[in-house]
Design a protein around this ligand. Structure first.
Ligand code: ATR
Length: 289
């Protein structure tokens, strides 16, 4: 029996604006089919002013799970009944689960990022990590790394945003986090000591594929370079890091893992991660042509 043929089909989806380029329906529907689960996953274009009604609709229609993307990750929080402690610290939710009318918010972007490192044998505990950017993605990445025991420095183009995030981290985790402006001098100073570099800025993202946030002369072998940008899969930063012998991690797996963790919360089944990854790579490659 295919999904959607019975009266008890579970419904999941993603809300955001814009939404038409999302790859989430592809990975979730492929996973439901592979696992023989009677669920469907659909994209919903939800404007800022429609968020409250969309969440009411989740309750009224008994939608099992929603992913939340730009621009709703922060605004959705007061509309939920419960928040897990990590999502609360991060101040952003990307996954909502409807348990018998009780809406619970969580943040699988953070867990997905950590899982991506761990599955490659990269343990952030005790490591010196340089984070580029101080936006929403940087928040999820920096909280999970700090919780795991990494030592963080945050560099951002607008210094006051880096300071704000560092202040938030320091207050919540009771340990100091350094904030600097994202300029070459500061990069040179912090990268000399760093074990891991994470780019959470949009520098290098399609269509600006010839840009990089870090001059290649500052990259070194032994550094782990993570770019959460996945369009293109191999950013200029990753290509240059690879060329000097640094270990590189692209943004595909973080996307896959945030979806896989949401899938597991909603269905209770183990996510077919390899299948989801293949689906994302297939879609990205067909777009890159
Ligand atoms: P996200 O949720 O993906 O993190 P965001 O909150 O808009 O998106 O954050 C984008 C990040 O990319 C910010 O850190 C931004 O720097 P500013 O805070 O100074 O705006 C960074 N960014 C975007 N374009 C940039 C550029 N050309 N050079 C340097 N940083 C850039």
């Amino acid at each position: 029996m295919s999904a959607g043929m019975l009266g008890k089909t579970g419904l999941c989806g993603v809300i955001g604006d814009p939404i038409e380029h999302t790859m989430s329906p592809a990975i979730h529907n492929a996973a439901f089919t592979r696992m023989g689960l009677d669920y469907v996953y659909v994209p919903f274009l939800v404007k800022k002013e429609g968020l409250g009604k969309a969440i009411d609709g989740m309750r009224a229609l008994n939608i099992r799970g929603l992913n939340v993307t730009i621009p709703h990750k922060v605004a959705v929080i007061p509309l939920l009944d419960e928040l897990d402690p990590l999502a609360e610290k991060i101040g952003a939710v990307n996954t909502i689960t409807n348990d018998g009318g009780v809406l619970k918010g969580t943040n699988t972007d953070a867990g997905g990022f950590l899982q991506t490192l761990l599955e490659r044998g990269i343990e952030p505990e005790g490591k010196k990590v340089v984070i580029l950017g101080a936006g929403g993605a940087a928040r999820a990445v920096s909280f999970i790394l700090a919780e795991r025991g990494a030592h963080l420095v945050i560099l951002n183009r607008r210094l006051e945003r880096a300071k704000e995030l560092a202040g938030r981290l320091s207050a919540t985790l009771n340990k100091g986090v350094k904030a600097l402006e994202l300029v070459a001098d500061n990069l040179a100073q912090v990268l000399g000591e760093a074990d891991i570099l994470v780019n959470t800025t949009s520098v290098g993202m399609n269509p600006n594929i010839n840009e990089t946030p870090v001059p290649s002369s500052l990259l070194k072998p032994g550094l782990v370079v993570v770019d959460i940008v996945y369009k293109p899969i191999r950013t200029r930063l990753l290509r240059e890091a690879e060329a000097v012998g640094a270990k590189t991690v692209d943004g595909v797996d973080m996307f896959v893992w945030q979806g896989a963790l949401a899938f597991e919360i909603w269905t209770g089944a183990r996510a077919p991660v390899e299948l989801m990854r293949a689906e994302v790579v297939r879609q990205l490659k067909s777009h890159e042509k």
